[in-house]
Ligand binder design. Sequence first.
Ligand code: ADP
Ligand code: MG
Length: 363
Amino acid sequence: MKTAVLSGTVPGHGHIRGGRETGKRYPRVRIQLLQMLAAVMLFAAVMTGPARAVTGPLAERTGFFFDTVITVSLYDTGDESILDKCFEKMAYYESIFSRTREGSDIWNIDHAGGKPVAVSEDTIDLIRRALEWCEISDGALDISIAPVVDLWDFHEDSQKEIPAQEALAEAVSHVDYTGIRIEGDEVTLEDPQAGIDLGAIAKGYISDRVRDIVIENGCSSALINLGGNVLAVGTKPDGKDFNIGIRRPFGESAYDLIQVVGASDLSVITSGTYERYFEKDGVIYHHILDPDTGYPVENGLTSVSILSEDATDGDALSTTCFVLGLEKGMELIESLDGIEAMMIDEDGKIYSSSGWTGRDYPG
Ligand code: ADP
Ligand code: MG
């Protein structure tokens, strides 16, 4: 039997955004983390059976960053010092990319009142990468969406409050990625009331940088799992693909899979309405937002999964294609080399791009 790893975010986890990185949430989060660990262990046991000793990771560590459960698993080395380096780097990224941590690069930009802010190279790099997709998607992805994100709270224990229409209209008037200027190591927001939120892309970028560390340190078989978005480094030690599961939207549990993708040197990233949402008066309000209206995107889609070598692209595209919708999203994917997508609509109908390699689960 093969090992499968989960893609898709476990409810209640995910997201770098929105005031959720504060100490006060950690007790609840720790309980969730333990529950998740127990579930992952059970799932791994079920999936791998007696072969586990041969196919399981030689070193593995789980932690909590970016409001998300993170697991790095090394399959061809038991070198814990590689995991130390990965986790140090993730702590560093959290300290610079967090929108809510006072003194982070992004916090500084968002609170500079329109003045230029000197930031780290990584922040410049990530903002540049994000802006490329903002442009390609003509603003379907817009990382200046922070004023809108601020008005919503999609966490499980939220008050389920729908922001006032006037407040959303005011917030969207400050959303315009073309007002983000980069000069040297400085970032300026032309509109002092604008704000950057990298929640749509940061986890993919961080996965890529963790992969770099893993490879630089001589490991060539690993899985990097950030809240269910999985990057496979190399193949399993036996040369076969890793198997990455994609969750069924609104399934029974996080382990209710709809498809499995064979992956080597491949990132599998999913954005879905079911990942973070609240329901009020029969309407689902979820965390992927329309930059024009400020309301959750309503286009009949529930889930968009992206296969790409580069997880930064995959993360940007999962959100971008969700906002673009089925037709325009697929058109974009078909125009890009080496990137594939699967989209699922509210009726559970599956749409796949021409080179999509996922297979039904259970097959
Ligand atoms: P996940 O964090 O579950 O992987 P996504 O990658 O789809 O989900 O990112 C969703 C996050 O991106 C939201 O929580 C918010 O911070 C941000 N976001 C939501 N809508 C947009 C948008 N249209 N453009 C840019 N960022 C967005
Ligand atoms: Mg994304």
